[in-house]
Ligand binder design. Structure first.
Ligand SMILES: Cc1cc2nc3c(=O)[nH]c(=O)nc-3n(C[C@H](O)[C@H](O)[C@H](O)COP(=O)(O)OP(=O)(O)OC[C@H]3O[C@@H](n4cnc5c(N)ncnc54)[C@H](O)[C@@H]3O)c2cc1C
Length: 398
């Protein structure tokens, strides 16, 4: 095989999924992750349709994901007096199966830690490509040369910045921010009802939800300013308190709780636009780093499908990165279009009272069913190749 050693940056979903396949195909894989260890919890992520399921079945993780699923969360939009205005079904927000990101990362790590080397608490600081490799420097570890380097380090990818250029060229702010606070606080529990309910309130350009699968609180607000996520957590908590003051329903009591909730995170809702190329020289991007769309849905499915395709094409090309990367770019350019089509902020927190009424009407109409069908179709709009393993067996036959 032409290229054997691969460095992956990021050990959440795309990184370990890629590591799984590369290891099966005979590559030597190192994964570097900036967090000191696996990060538990996180918001719930979901899979939808036969394509996602096929890849997860071929990885042998589908049943475990089903066992650790969160359950189905309907989001009920209420008025200030607590009357129901509309329901966003759990199938729309949570697909066929929803699982905490940390649980999914743990499952994937468990499947790969035997064959791949994980280095937690470190990060790439510089990349220099030579004729036969990429020399990586690290914050802590010694510099090392790898045949290939893959960025699976999320929407704010450092590998993308080091290889392709500054974030502002590739990450588009969609005019909204999200804030999650407090763990969702559930896991799979056979005694728990399968259908659960989150409660949500809107004001123009704002949404506050309590008890959903993203966190115990979820706030969304419209703002075109690029840097509202700056400042420390205390300043960010103050920002949420100011912006949501005056809203009715349970929002005042949510704001009272906010200071006491851990797992507070605020960031822009953003979309990655790579102009159709996720690779450059010996470096490639996969998952949110390449085609992320915060809260837009399908991000996790795209990450596992992208990992499957990237590893498979490299294996079919016998490690030739030029050939393998070209096919990966071509296949994902089409499939990842799904990530460019939605802005969850606009749908969940319309900017006008009319917009909110229109959204509520849509949720109860036949048009909403059509919208869901369109999403299902886009999630399956790929012919998955049945990549052989080096041993000649199909991947799902062990
Ligand atoms: C609030 C919220 C709700 C969401 N809801 C859904 C949903 O319902 N459905 C869905 O499909 N998707 C959802 N997503 C998107 C989903 O989380 C991502 O698409 C998915 O996690 C992508 O996985 P990834 O591995 O590419 O990136 P990430 O999960 O972002 O992981 C990147 C990893 O890289 C690490 N890293 C970052 N920088 C460095 C560095 N310099 N060096 C080393 N490591 C680094 C990070 O610590 C992290 O472990 C949601 C996202 C958010 C924020």
């Amino acid at each position: 095989m032409r290229n054997k050693t691969v460095l992956i940056s990021g050990a959440s979903i795309a990184g370990p999924a890629l590591a799984y396949w590369l290891d099966r195909y005979g590559f030597r894989v190192t994964v570097v992750e900036k967090a000191p260890g696996l990060r538990p919890g996180g918001q719930a992520v979901d899979f939808k349709g036969r394509t996602h399921r096929t890849v997860l079945e071929r990885m042998g993780v589908w049943e475990e994901i089903r066992q650790r699923r969160t359950g189905t969360f309907d989001t009920v939009y209420l008025d200030e007096a607590g009357r129901e205005l509309a329901v966003m079904t759990g199938e729309f927000t949570g697909g066929d199966v929803e699982i905490l990101r940390g649980d999914l990362a743990a499952i994937l790590h468990e499947r790969t830690s035997g064959g791949c080397e994980y280095r937690f608490g470190d990060s790439i600081t510089a990349l220099a490509e030579t004729a036969d490799g990429v020399r990586a420097e690290f914050e802590h570890g010694a510099a090392q040369t790898f045949d290939l380097v893959i960025g699976a380090d999320g929407i704010h990818s450092r590998v993308r910045r080091l290889t392709f250029g500054p974030e502002r060229e590739f990450v588009r702010h969609l005019g909204y921010y999200y804030c999650v606070a407090g763990a969702p606080g559930f896991g799979h529990d056979a005694r728990r009802p399968e259908r659960l309910t989150a409660r949500a309130w809107n004001a123009p350009g704002r949404m506050a939800a309590r008890g959903g699968s993203k966190g115990s609180h979820l706030y969304l607000f419209a703002s075109a300013e690029p840097d509202r996520a700056r400042g420390d957590a205390a300043a960010q908590r103050r920002l949420i308190t100011e912006l949501f003051a005056g809203m009715g329903g349970e929002v005042p009591s949510m704001l009272d709780e906010l200071d006491h909730l851990d797992d507070f995170y605020l960031d822009a809702i953003a979309q990655v636009r790579m102009k159709g190329r996720y690779t450059s020289g010996r470096v490639a991007l996969v998952g949110d780093a390449a085609y992320g769309n915060t809260l837009g849905g399908f991000g996790t499915g795209l990450a596992v499908v992208g990992a499957y395709v990237l590893a498979g094409e490299l294996a079919v090309a016998d490690g030739d990165h030029e050939a393998g990367y070209a096919r990966y770019d071509e296949i994902m350019r089409r499939y990842a279009k799904i990530a460019g089509n939605s802005n969850a902020g606009r749908f969940m927190a319309p900017k006008t009272a009319w917009g909110i009424r229109g959204r509520n009407w849509l949720l109860g109409s036949r048009a909403f069913g059509l919208m869901m069908k369109y999403g299902d179709k886009a999630a399956n709009d790929i012919d998955l190749a049945d990549y052989p393993t080096l041993a000649g067996a199909r991947p799902d036959q062990g």
